[in-house]
Write a protein that binds this ligand. Structure first.
Ligand SMILES: [Zn+2]
Length: 142
């Protein structure tokens, strides 16, 4: 099992829920070993109101901010031998989607089109590598 920590973070201005002044928010998505985590926190410089949110699924808003700031990362399987059944088992277990969805994702992985945030794609790459399937996640240039 791979235990390294991978973190993507972003800072952005948003209105303080305490006083309405503009406060800076910090959002983080991290891959810790094989667990994805996220949190968002802010402390208002005007009134001191502090808020931290975490747990559950990554909010779409934060995911969108991370993707637009850092760009997408792509999951790629490193060449043969073809182990499509084993790859599909890992994807199915990790993504919790139906068989048709898994087939579509496999196709995207094989063609280098499957993308997400870097922590998300690195998690899948780690799970694949743990099953003996060489895979990499890397940020796209564009
Ligand atoms: Zn405030």
């Amino acid at each position: 099992m791979e235990n390294s920590i991978l973190v993507e973070s972003i800072r952005y201005p948003a209105v303080c829920q305490g006083c309405g002044a503009e406060a800076e928010w910090c959002g983080v998505q991290a891959l810790v070993g094989e667990v994805l985590r996220w949190d968002v926190e802010s402390t208002c410089p005007t009134c001191g109101y502090a808020l931290a949110v975490c747990g559950g699924d990554l909010p779409e808003e934060l995911r969108g901010r991370l993707l637009s700031e850092h760009g997408q990362a792509r999951l790629r399987r490193v060449a043969p031998p073809p182990r499509n059944a084993a790859t599909m088992r890992v994807l199915w277990a990790e993504l919790g989607i139906g068989l048709d969805g898994v087939r579509a994702v496999l196709e995207q992985v094989l063609t280098g089109l499957y993308s997400g945030t870097l922590p998300e794609t690195e998690l899948l790459a780690r799970k694949l590598r743990a099953s003996g399937i060489e895979a990499t996640a890397s940020r796209t240039a564009d």
